[in-house]
Design a protein around this ligand. Structure first.
Ligand code: ADP
Ligand code: 5GP
Length: 188
């Protein structure tokens, strides 16, 4: 079972990382995470090459001009994120792949992988709850927090473009719901 693509998408703080880890832990799904490249600063809890390939703006722009990305974007002001063709090429022969990207990236990847791909939008229960989770996670400055919340509002408006939209209220319930969606997709 290989060659399929799961694209998880959600406003920052909605639980994508938590849910992606839950799916990756289920051996029967044979999933591997697509590590994106980014120019943002590495956080203390992150590992280069695992969470992201952390590169400079110059390196990123060089890769753009060499056509090395399937998709890339300036997700936040002056911060690039992108999916490298080299990351996927070998992985997809032996595994199913899970992506954690923003809305525009998700729709670009869906266009690229077409029916091989399933898009899932993770909805926060509310913007107030999203703010609370971002503050509790404690990784963002105040300006950064407001930028993420503003972006969240726009992203939520696009959820109907996804194959599935799941509200992450009670975590255990969301985990089972997403596992079931993925199970059905990978089986067919
Ligand atoms: P993302 O990857 O979308 O930015 P995370 O997975 O890092 O989001 O989750 C953001 C924070 O919210 C984390 O502290 C996480 O433990 C918490 N969280 C995730 N899902 C839930 C939930 N259903 N209820 C309460 N807290 C949650
Ligand atoms: P964070 O800085 O919180 O890790 O991620 C910020 C946002 O960038 C998230 O919405 C995440 O899904 C998105 N992102 C991560 N990698 C990529 C990528 O390769 N392409 C695109 N388009 N977005 C990405």
């Amino acid at each position: 079972m290989a060659g399929k693509v799961i694209i998880l998408c959600a406003p920052s703080g909605s639980g994508k990382t938590t849910l992606a880890k839950h799916l990756l832990n289920q051996e029967m799904f044979n999933l591997r995470f697509s590590t994106s490249a980014t120019t943002r600063k590495k956080r203390e809890n992150e590992t280069n090459g695992i969470d992201y390939h952390f590169i400079t703006i110059k390196e990123f722009e060089n890769k753009i001009s060499q056509g090395e990305f399937i998709e890339y974007e300036k997700v936040y002001d002056d911060v690039y994120y992108g999916t490298l063709k080299s990351e996927i090429k070998e992985l997809i022969k032996n595994y199913n792949i899970i992506f954690d990207v923003d809305v525009i990236g998700a729709l670009s990847l869906k266009k690229y992988f077409t029916e091989q791909a399933l898009t899932i939008f993770i909805n926060p229960p509310s913007l107030e709850e999203l703010r609370k989770r971002l503050i509790e996670r404690g990784l963002n400055s105040k300006d950064d927090l407001e930028e993420r919340l503003n972006k969240a509002k726009k992203e939520i408006e696009m959820k109907l473009s996804f194959d599935h939209s799941v509200t992450n209220d009670k975590l255990d319930f969301t985990k089972s719901k997403i596992s079931e969606i993925v199970k059905v997709f990978l089986k067919n």
